[in-house]
Ligand binder design. Structure first.
Ligand code: ATP
Ligand code: MG
Length: 431
């Protein structure tokens, strides 16, 4: 955890500053980062929440490569269209390759080679893999990187009705996924390109530093999230209707007439796009000949959609949504460690042994514990612990330890409680 005292000059937004200062990431080249141990823990926690919710919704995980052949992108017609954002590579045999910016072509190729009949539908396949887009202006750290981690799901259905059910399922899965990260997201109507229709939504969190300008009805900000024990066989149309009937749009889709219509009810703010769900029908299946036999025996192109979540962008997005002047305030579900122990008197025998004992007992209870046993001034340790933003801090000093007590600090509220060692163990062993 190579922490920095000073704000790096290039970091313009708070998440980038805190990620650099707490030693979560280091830049390798423009828009390309190494994930240091602390940052990697958060990335993995977010990835796991996304994975669990995708699996729960009936999606199956696979893993496609980062490097793809140009041939399939020529089939879809996107090899030329994609332009300079695509990183193109030539191998030793002069074959044209590329570093995948997304995977519609590759998944369609896999699908057409393996699935032939409607009996195997619907199918939802996803992977969590690094993407590369040679963005014109990579900036704000991992918020807009060139190399970034994305979860992308692809759906295959027999007809529009099936595709709509699948779309609604993903809509609800996304609400649940972001809620588990402590985020309030707003689904907003997004551009659906030449396909048209209303089945394209971006999921945004509000933040002053967001790159998108957004407009929505103020009531959406206080909507309840779908209940915990959801059944994915249910009809989700009522939930989707509820979330989409009030106005919510990004600047690309914004309708100026709504401003006078909604008047006082209109919230205009900035937002960070953390996910995008998109129905595109037979765009790729037609171009790439991904046909299935229908119940009547006809060969028809399969109906598709894609569903992305910016996993690495979320790390920064969560910090934008949850921090104070001292540093990050991690929601418990994505925190790199659950608890940090600050030993105020490293080298003092009773302090050391009490801290080590607590460390091992909490770890044994299944918690992730960070133990600061460095020989540093108390002020430095306090500042570092606040900066990295673990939900709980245990502060142990020689005077307290003599009486068998420590101080427990809640990072979010700042509240401090003096507690016996045993009551600390009881509190957390139950989490
Ligand atoms: P943007 O409008 O921000 O460029 P996009 O519309 O190109 O995003 P998608 O192709 O829908 O994005 O990708 C799915 C998700 O991947 C996005 O919702 C976003 O969270 C994330 N993402 C896209 N581009 C980047 C990037 N350059 N760096 C980090 N995350 C990204
Ligand atoms: Mg983009």
């Amino acid at each position: 955890m190579p922490t920095l005292k000073e704000n790096p000059a290039e970091a313009q937004i708070v998440s980038h500053r805190y990620m650099m200062r707490s030693g979560m990431i280091r830049q390798s080249s423009a828009g390309i980062y190494s994930w240091l141990p602390l940052g990697l823990r958060v990335l993995k926690k977010i990835e796991q929440i996304v994975r669990e919710e995708q699996n729960f919704a009936g999606c199956q995980e696979l893993l496609m490569p980062t490097i793809q052949p140009a041939t399939i992108w020529r089939e879809s017609g996107r090899y030329e269209d994609y332009g300079k954002e695509m990183l193109r590579i030539t191998d030793r045999h002069e074959r044209e390759m590329l570093y995948g910016p997304t995977n519609e072509e590759l998944i369609t190729e896999i699908f057409r080679g393996s699935v032939r009949t409607y009996k195997d539908l619907p199918k939802l396949l996803y992977h969590i893999q690094w993407k590369f887009r040679d963005e014109v202006r990579p900036r704000f750290g991992v918020m807009r990187g060139r190399e970034f981690l994305m979860k992308d799901t692809y759906s295959f259905d027999l007809n529009f009705d099936g595709a709509k059910k699948t779309y609604n399922k993903m809509f609800v899965a996304y609400l649940r996924t972001f809620a588990r990260m402590g985020l309030r997201v707003i689904p907003m109507a997004a551009d659906s390109g030449p396909i048209g229709g209303d089945m394209s939504h971006e999921f945004l969190i509000l933040a002053d530093t967001g790159e998108s300008e957004v407009f929505c009805h103020k009531d959406i900000l206080s909507f309840d999230l779908p209940k915990d024990n959801i059944d994915y066989n249910e009809d989700f149309q009522p939930i989707v209707d509820k979330w989409t009937e009030l106005y919510a749009a990004t600047d690309e889709k914004h309708n100026l007439s709504q401003e006078s219509l909604l008047a006082e009810d209109l919230v205009s703010a900035r937002g960070i796009e953390v996910g995008h769900i998109f129905y595109f029908g037979t765009k790729y299946s037609k171009a790439m000949n991904a046909l299935i036999s229908s119940p009547s025996g006809q060969e028809i192109p399969v109906e598709m959609g894609s569903y992305g979540i910016g996993i690495s962008r979320l790390v920064a997005g969560i910090i934008e949504a949850s921090h104070d002047d001292d540093g990050i305030i991690w929601p418990e579900s994505v925190a790199p460690f659950d608890i940090g122990i600050i030993n105020l008197s490293s080298g003092n025998e009773s302090c050391d042994s009490a801290c080590e004992d607590l460390y091992f007992r909490l770890e044994n209870a299944g918690l992730d514990v960070l133990y600061d046993e460095r020989d540093e001034r108390a002020g430095v340790k306090f500042a570092n612990m606040d900066l990295i933003g673990l939900p709980w801090q245990i502060i142990a000093g020689p005077r307290g330890i003599k009486n068998g007590v420590i101080e427990l600090k809640n990072r979010a509220t700042g509240e401090k409680d003096e507690m016996t060692l045993n009551s600390v163990l009881n509190k957390f062993a139950r989490i």
